[in-house]
Write a protein that binds this ligand. Structure first.
Ligand code: IMP
Ligand code: MG
Length: 175
């Protein structure tokens, strides 16, 4: 537990914050002043989602959801379950899912389908990071902060065994 891994900086705090400002501006323009519900996917997206929400100029409402993939072994199973659901109804609303990273794509595929079933007017997806080499299902991601290689990433909300979420930059773990 006290063991520490070597972390290399991939994107500095400044770079990430500047990129989030750009994403916020693009999203604001796309929404054209309409209200949006930013859905933060806990826990990893918590830092990203709140910074992104601050950069959106349309009326913003926030909600939070937590998902889990259950299964045995290290590879996550493809069954996504909601561990903590939204507190609010999304029928008829513009929903922007803010996620830390898209890997296999199963989490965002599940959430997109679920939110459409609940009657969202529109479901947009914004991820801080995308690992395209790992994709197993196609998901229409509208906004990507950075496309990254298949390395284990920590910081800015992302964890390694629950550690390093609070790093203010995006880094890689050297195993
Ligand atoms: P997927 O797209 O359904 O495979 O799930 C993506 C989730 O896996 C993310 O929300 C993260 O919680 C986790 N994840 C994937 N890659 C990484 C990584 O490099 N570092 C930390 N968490 C990761
Ligand atoms: Mg996550």
């Amino acid at each position: 537990m006290a063991e520490t891994e070597k972390i290399s900086v991939m994107y500095t705090e400044e770079e990430v914050n500047d990129r989030i400002k750009e994403l916020g501006a693009e999203i604001s323009e796309e929404l054209g002043g309409e209200p949006v519900k930013v859905v933060c996917v806990l826990k990893g997206a918590s830092f990203f989602a709140t910074e992104l929400a601050k950069r959106i100029t349309c009326p913003v409402f926030m909600d939070f959801i937590c998902c889990s993939s259950y299964g045995s072994g290290t590879e996550s199973s493809h069954e996504v379950k909601i561990v903590k659901d939204l507190d609010t109804d999304i029928a008829g609303e513009n929903v922007l899912i803010a996620e830390d990273i898209i890997d296999s794509g199963y989490t965002l595929q599940y959430l997109t389908e679920e939110f459409k079933k609940r009657g969202a007017k529109r479901v947009l997806i914004c991820v801080m990071l995308s690992k395209p080499d790992r994709r197993e299902v196609e998901v229409p991601v509208d906004y990507i902060g950075y496309t990254v290689p298949d390395q284990f990433i920590v910081g800015y909300g992302l964890d390694y065994a629950q550690k390093y979420r609070n790093l203010p930059f995006i880094g890689t773990v050297e195993f």
